[in-house]
Ligand binder design. Structure first.
Ligand code: DGP
Length: 114
């Protein structure tokens, strides 16, 4: 469970600014925020990338999105609007190989992204 930095955060082995957690999910502020609100939502289960999610993870994936919406509401960005991003593998810029949703908001966000 602790093979990446996010696994260690989920296990409580290293600190993070946690904004939400339950028995399956942890959400914490990104160390290098790209927007006024930048929260990472991760499963406690160590899935490396979205490509590695299996059919039995379908309910967990749904819960991750529901947690992202909960975080956005709690952060006060739900009505104005926010973005949920999953970077998958190198070309998308994934650097931590523990599946995570980026929840970004608090400023206008460009579309399409770079
Ligand atoms: P990605 O590029 O999609 O793999 O995003 C990884 C994000 O994780 C990146 O925005 C920076 C963030 N990050 C990396 N190491 C740490 C850490 O130790 N703590 C926290 N809170 N965020 C981290």
């Amino acid at each position: 469970m602790s093979e990446t930095i996010f696994g260690k955060i989920a296990a409580g082995e290293i600190p993070a600014d946690i904004v939400y957690q339950d028995d399956e999910i942890v959400a914490f502020r990104d160390l290098s925020p790209q927007a006024p609100t930048h929260v990472l939502v991760i499963p406690r289960k160590p899935i490396r990338t979205l490509n590695d999610a299996a059919p039995e993870d379908a309910e967990l994936l749904g819960k991750l999105f529901l947690a992202a919406a909960k975080v956005a509401a709690h952060e006060g960005i739900a009505e104005a609007g926010y973005r949920v991003v999953v970077n998958c593998n190198a070309a998308a810029g994934q650097t931590v190989f523990h599946l995570h949703l980026h929840v970004l908001g608090g400023r206008p966000l460009q579309w399409p992204p770079g």
